[in-house]
Design a protein around this ligand. Sequence first.
Ligand SMILES: [Zn+2]
Length: 664
Amino acid sequence: MGFSVPLGEDISVRFVPPRGRAELRLACAAVKPGRQPAACRGAFRVLVKTGPEQGEHCVFSRASRGGVWEEAVVDLSPFAGRQIELVLQSDSPETEALAYWATPTVISGRGRRPNVLLISIDSLRADHLGCCGYPRDTSPTLDSLATAGCLFGKAIAQSSWTLPSHTSIFTSLYLSSHGVNSPHDALTPDATTLAETLREAGYLTGAIITGGPLLPVYGLNQGFDYYDATCFTDMFDDVRDPCTHARAVGWLDRYGESPFFLFVHYWDVHHSYIPPPPYDEMFDPGYEGPVDGRHILKLIPSNLPPRDLEHLVALYDGEIAHTDRYVGLLLRELKSRGLSDKTLVIVTSDHGDELLEHGGTGHGHTVYQELIHVPLIWIDPYSHPCKDPVDYIVQTIDIAPSVLDRLDLPVPPSMEGTSFLGYVRGLHQQARPAFSEAATSDHRYAVVTERAKLIASAYRQFRGYDLAADPGEQNPVAPEKLTQGSQLDEALTTYFRSPGRDVVTLEVRVVGGETPGDVRVSLTSLWIVDVLPNGLEPGDTLEVEQDSTRVTLALDCPAGDVDGVSLNLFSEETAIFLEPTFRHRPVSPQELTLGRGARPRERIPLKVRADDPDLEGPPTSLSPAPTGRPSVYVWVIKRGLAPTAGIELEEDFQKQLRALGYLN
Ligand SMILES: [Zn+2]
């Protein structure tokens, strides 16, 4: 079915797109009628009007040079269940031409959910890809994917090393929520992963993983029907792409018919940088110096002449080109099986790699852009490509909710990311800052917006960067000098204050004794984000100093009374100075209980760190001290999901992790 109208004349129809998946498919062409009708130039637009409040949205726009049908697939699911007016508009410089609109059809239903292929290329920096402006031809496949889909030009990974960053991708949780940050931590089975959610929705789920930090021992296999670690032999085997490819293709052969979610993890860009020929000489042929891409963590910046650094970068780029080729081969296999137009493809990375921009190599220890700015490409066969790269900040924790949003599946409430489909669909979306955390560093927390960045230590020391003027982060500025300085500080504080993600809460309770008297507890810590009184009555006071670094409780504590305060602290590394006094003299060690029952080992006032194991609580009971005077209890509760800590690793594997800088 189709119809034609004079070009310039609108056609409009009112209807309610069905809930769930709703797609408008049509074709259009401009034709000059006559004895011999001829195609001519025309411009076509499809508008969705949603009423005076939400206005109108252009969902399709195409200029035709004449000669062919222009085909449109328009995603109407953002408007599902709402009364809309669909307007077909045309225009042409030709006189008396007609606009032909062919077979406009709304397709709906759950049967149209695509497969999902999520590709993670380990250690891939965004700024070394052609589509992100890199001058070398490192990434022809990814560049063409960026054109065929949507490139997110400012995607931020939630950590700068493999294990926590992939944990964030799979769970849509920030590092301080999932807590997996050491090679001895595994994801708790209580977490909800993307694979689990998709499996519940009827997807067959598979993963081909190639890196040690993704081995099943780390718990990221949750929700996968198949979790294939065959290509991981040891951490020093630097060429795994051919194996990864063969396993992925084999998996598609066996399970490609089912609705599937396949995760493919490419390892080879990860150091060492030893690309196989011809990629080893691709970007710096004829080099005869000492750099061979091995042992990069042992390179000493001051001993590395610029010429050798150039070669190191060329080897890293060779690794990218090599892996890019394998991604291309996998996509070709997808196409040859007729799966390309049924599969949503997402390409990203867990972190980048340092190439001495800030004096180091490898990854994990800082949150500079070379480590946390990663590629993110979204290719939806049912949607039009984005006109331009998305210039707003998104996070890799947004991938899982976006996939679920795209598939009309509910996003588990635990997930902290936000769907970025609004950007894909060209609709307005609220911009949000991104957060990232390094494994260890003096300055390990980062908040990033489109223009600026704040890097913070656990001791409230900041480095600000104007990313627009100083994208390489070479000139730190005081946060107050940044246009968005105070918003960034506030965003970082809010990040730690979010429910379920308080890094650590310090609880203080005073239990009244038989001997009455004034009890004062003074706590000093550099970054107290929240203070909540607990059981205070008239006569008790809680004083918080203006800069929130010192809190003082003054209590009138009758026998049996329990009063106190809960403090949310910025980080478990935060030091706390604790000074409880009774009648203006320090309480005795028998009157102070730490954690489940420990006594202070040092003199009061005490200096403790929130991650001191002695502080881990809560206490088994709260009772007066044997002295008959009031007693003070102090303990720490960690919030968020507790990882399964202290997992056993084979000695040989630990050795490899150590050599690669993951373990000390
Ligand atoms: Zn990694």
